[in-house]
Design a protein around this ligand. Sequence first.
Ligand code: 6PG
Length: 246
Amino acid sequence: MAPPEHVRLVVKESLADLVEAAAAHVRAAAAAAIGARGRFRIALAGGSTPRALYPRLVDGVDWTRTTVFFGDERAVGPEDPQSNYRMARETLLGPAGVPSGNVVRWRAEDPDLDAAARDYERALTVGASAPWLDLVLLGLGPDGHTASLFPGTSALAEEGVLAVAVDVPQLGTRRLTLTYPALCGARDVCFLVTGRDKAPAMAAVVDGGRLPAARVLRRGGPVTIFCDRDAASSVQPAKQGPRETT
Ligand code: 6PG
């Protein structure tokens, strides 16, 4: 089954070309949001792949008129090497001089992660109206998770809230994550996926499977998957939908 028509694969040979294509997309989304509404609201992806992208966003986005959220966070403090916030601060927020008041960090060091999730939902919605986010950046795990929506976890069933704390038994930890209503309700969604280890999940997700990330592709709005050839290597040509390869 081909992906929905609004899902577009952008496959690039080199990582440099891939992150530049993704960065150009983010810059354009920022300009459009600020032009239309005076503000750009973006949710950053965690993990390691975005480390290649975020330095390319230091320039070309009006960060003074941008509010930065995070799609998910590990249950660690902001100085922990595992922190998605710390990774973004090192690669983007610091170098770009993003005002701290423009950054909405999960309070992931809080012993009460459920309270931290409730507070994050308030921060996402106060003074705003749906769609809460202009652009969501996401990664893809080899198991098909995205943000911290992992297979078999309770967060997948959350429909009435935008942010939750969730037990992830396969990691032996808790995570904080935006839920499908928050991710799928964004104006625009972009995935950044590289590496052969992601090829099976990419093929399953593009083919409309039941992996967590597949539901984001079926959201009914635009989704762009920026990926390298390795990550796209198992996607059947006939099942790709619109594809741009260079
Ligand atoms: C996280 C991310 C997670 C990530 C994927 C891919 O907190 O780890 O939110 O969803 O995007 O696991 O991670 P890599 O980019 O490290 O492969």
